[in-house]
Design a protein. Structure first.
Lengths: 504, 331
């Protein structure tokens, strides 16, 4: 590969893989991949879902056995394949996204149970556990109450506990799978500091993340995979987010702020002084027909609560909402849907879609009245409605009756959008529409959003990723602690200015 | 042609394969083992025994599809039967006319529906678990019924009612006609009506269904009300067949109805399952016990064989799932 480069001193790699091939049921999951990690470096593994990142990690940790011909050099030894036992004994640790911790047990128990209980006489020695746990936390430069049950701690600190547990296992190489996916910005900064400490103490870290900003911030080198093949290894210096996206997807995306002229477009939604104590205070905003209003802010800023109130699922304490010229007061989300409000939930897995049910059923669930004929569900009408939306939104499916869970995140989100478009909304609220959607598929989602706005729909786009609202909204509201604290026009502001305000 | 086959397959669902296979096995095995199995008498006895268990199974099916359960079905049926019996008694007992029967039946269905309505309201609004709510209703109805009847039989039923219970139209027993009509109504409800559609959705994920703008409380209340009304129909048939009502009659059917649903491919956690496969499963169970009866086996042994059949079906389903898994893995 042309971009292959070693950073700094040419130290011998801790881990080096060559000729790794894996096939699952006729599909090549890894094609002749090589991969290298230096001792003590922070290395990022980038790629879309399905690009082979997890498969590669599982080959390295001995869960999968690669096809013959693979060479794995680790810590001075050469293997044709790893086993979970050799990987563990050699100090390779993985911190999966779900952390695999025990919420009801104490910090000390979580960190030390493997090492303390695994040894003869297999008895619990609490003093030993506490000592082991405190030592591990000290190495990370963290103090936590080790006697407190884990569920008392926020997710960021649980992450630390998972890292500490890996350290107790005498880790030399730690894989972190999407460690910041559920963290706020300040928690992420905290975690990145920990990762730096870890790397400084000589442990190599392989970082898997969708968030390219932190990839650039933390790692010294980036390995990019696409469709199971190695794209290249790049020094982080000189890389940009858009360059990594290009490498991951093989496509070029031209990003620029929107310049739509909406001056004369009629107002679709006007909210004045809307409040729900403890959630949001005195929120006023307007959205015009054909306009996309972005709302950003940290988790817990009251964004979702505001959206649910506009959708009729929560009742405001005070304030007024005018939709398309009519004052509205919703008793439930059924009233809101009837009035033309649609809400795409941030939690697609458990609230946005009915996962085990069929694609077609998920698409019509919110608009059943449209497929009735003389009071009965018409399967022909259902089929043609579903076909229309699949075509219009470019959803890739096998059969209409397949379970929705068989689709990729991006296609699921398209189905969820179609479900709401089928209700003929006037106002579409999109709450974190790209969570769990690949970088490449995100662009497709925003193409749809932009076309919907052009067709005259009023859209509220909620996201905690500032670039998302910056590039896809006509105006951006910044929400913090339940209040709207800033308004920006992306075409007249820089992305950095908004990011600084939000993450300050 | 293939379109027609596809349509038929879609209408009936893949759940039908298991019950139909079981049906074939039972027919072949007993056809060989018991020479007089394939006779009018066998089918006559099945036709008369099927409706009671069948109607109660239909009453159980809807709550299971929502991810719940209705443990009060048998006592709701008893309560409805008692209601009809008391109306008939007050209108002259054995001399009561058709008018009294109609009035009594309407009241009986109302009593059944009321029992379901109360359960539905409690489940929908308090979010208490359906098992606990219906268990409470079951105990309440049993206690109330035993108190009101002093634990004895209520009889004195006009003769025409018994004749309805044993008469046939075009060679088909009236109770069986009522059962088949109920199966068809349930089938249409679940495949063609909004309530049925929403029943499946609620069974898979009630919160996501609520977020989609479905009135999930209304669906739950209606499901349990319909379940209660169907119990009442079963109660009326039981009264016609036995000429009397006793609280506790049919109690042993309770868990059999749950098993019949699962044998018919209904997902025990809700969201999936169809009426027709459940109907076939019921026929298989009834044929099995009639066949064993014919061979001179004890009635209790027949029940034991039902249990073995269920376990076999679970294991076969697991095996079928594994085979499918292996095949897709090989690609």
């Amino acid at each position: 590969m042309a971009d292959q480069a070693l950073d700094g001193a040419a130290s011998r790699p801790l881990l080096s893989l060559r000729n790794v091939n894996m096939t699952f049921g006729g599909v090549k999951a890894l094609k002749n991949v090589s991969f290298e990690v230096l001792p003590g470096e922070v290395h990022c593994l980038a790629g879309e879902n399905g690009s082979g990142k997890s498969t590669l990690i599982k080959v390295i940790t001995g869960v999968y056995r690669p096809e013959a011909g693979a060479v794995i050099d680790y810590d001075g030894q050469s293997y044709s394949h790893m086993s979970p036992v050799t990987a563990q004994a050699g100090g390779i640790q993985v911190i999966w996204q779900d952390l695999a911790l025990f919420p009801e047990m104490t910090v000390a128990e979580n960190i030390a149970f493997q090492t303390v209980i695994a040894r003869w006489p297999r008895l619990v020695n609490y003093a030993e556990m506490r000592r082991v746990a405190t030592n591990a936390l000290q190495r990370l430069g963290v103090t936590l109450d080790v006697d407190l049950a884990l569920h008392h701690f926020p997710i960021a600190q649980r992450q630390i506990v998972a890292i500490a547990r890996a350290l107790v296992g005498q880790a030399k190489l730690v894989f972190m799978d999407e460690p910041t996916a559920s963290l706020t910005q300040s928690e992420t900064d905290y975690l990145l500091d920990i990762v730096r400490n870890l790397s400084a103490s000589g442990v190599a870290v392989v970082f898997v993340s969708h968030r390219l900003a932190e990839v650039l911030e933390i790692s010294s080198r980036v390995t990019v995979l696409r469709d199971g093949a190695l794209v290249g290894v790049y020094p982080t210096k000189g890389l940009t987010q858009s360059r990594i996206t290009e490498l991951m997807t093989g496509k070029t995306f031209g990003y620029s702020a929107l310049h739509r002229d909406l001056g004369t477009s009629p107002v679709m939604l006007e909210v004045k002084g809307l409040s729900r104590p403890g959630e949001f205070q005195d929120v006023s905003l307007t959205v015009r027909r054909g306009e996309t209003l972005g709302i950003t802010g940290l988790l817990g800023a009251g964004r979702t609560e505001l959206a649910l109130t506009l959708f009729g699922m929560r009742k405001p304490k005070s304030g007024s909402v005018v939709l398309d010229g009519n004052p509205v007061r919703f008793g439930s989300n059924r009233d809101a849907i009837a009035a033309g409000v649609a809400y795409l939930s941030e939690d697609r897995l458990s609230l946005g879609l009915i996962q085990p049910q069929a694609i077609a059923d998920n698409m019509v669930v919110a608009s059943l009245d449209k497929i009735l004929s003389r009071g009965f569900i018409s399967s022909d009408r259902k089929r043609s409605l579903v076909n229309r939306w699949i075509r219009d939104l470019g959803v890739k499916i096998g059969k209409q009756d397949d379970a929705i869970s068989t689709l990729s995140g991006g296609n699921q989100q398209r189905v969820a959008i179609a479900k709401w478009l089928a209700t003929d909304p006037k106002l579409l609220i999109l709450d974190a529409p790209t969570v769990g959607v690949d970088v490449g598929a995100r662009a497709g989602i925003f193409d749809i959003v932009s076309k919907l706005a052009d067709s005259g729909l009023a859209i509220i786009l909620i996201s905690d990723e500032v670039p998302e609202v910056y590039f896809n909204a006509d105006r951006v509201l910044h929400m913090a602690q339940g209040r709207i604290v800033g308004e920006y026009a992306p075409c007249a502001t820089t992305l950095q200015a908004i990011e600084e305000a939000v993450y300050a | 042609m293939t379109v027609l086959i596809d349509r038929a397959r879609n209408a009936l669902g893949p759940e039908l394969a298991g019950p139909l296979a079981a049906f074939a096995v039972v027919m072949v095995v007993f056809g060989i083992a018991a020479p007089n199995f394939l006779s009018r008498a066998t089918f006559g006895s099945v036709a008369f025994q099927l409706p009671e268990l069948g109607l109660l199974t239909l009453a159980m099916l809807l709550p299971i599809l929502t991810g719940g359960l209705n443990l009060a079905i048998t006592f709701t049926a008893n309560m409805a039967g008692l209601t009809l019996a008391w109306v008939l008694q007050s209108q002259g007992g054995v001399d009561a006319g058709i008018g009294a029967f109609v009035l009594g039946s309407v009241l009986a269905v109302a009593v059944g529906a009321l029992s379901g309505l109360i359960m539905g309201l409690v489940i929908a609004y308090t979010k208490a678990h359906p098992i606990l709510v219906s268990l409470s209703m079951m105990i309440f109805l049993r206690g109330l019924g035993e108190f009101l009847t002093r634990g004895g039989d209520v009889s004195g039923i006009p003769g025409f009612l018994a004749r309805i219970g044993y008469s046939s139209i075009f060679g088909i027993p009236v109770p069986l006609l009522i059962f088949i009509a109920s199966v068809l109504i349930w089938h249409i409800l679940l495949t063609r009506m909004k309530l049925g559609f929403n029943t499946y959705m609620i069974g898979s994920n009630i919160e996501a269904t609520r977020y989609s703008g479905i009135n999930t409380r209304k669906v739950q209340v209606l499901v349990y009300t319909l379940s209660g009304a169907m119990c009442a129909v079963a109660g009326i048939i039981m009264l016609a067949r036995f000429n009397s009502v006793r609280v506790g009659h049919g109690e042993s059917y309770l868990l059999i109805t749950v098993l019949a649903c699962f044998l018919g491919g209904v997902n025990p956690f809700g969201g999936f399952g169809r009426v027709i496969p459940v109907f076939v499963a019921l026929v298989v169970l009834q044929l099995l016990s009639s066949g064993l009866n014919l061979m001179g086996a004890n009635q209790h042994l027949a029940t034991a064989v039902w249990g073995i059949l269920m376990i076999t079906v679970m294991i076969l389903r697991w095996l079928a799932g594994r085979l499918k898994f292996l095949n897709t893995n090989r690609g």
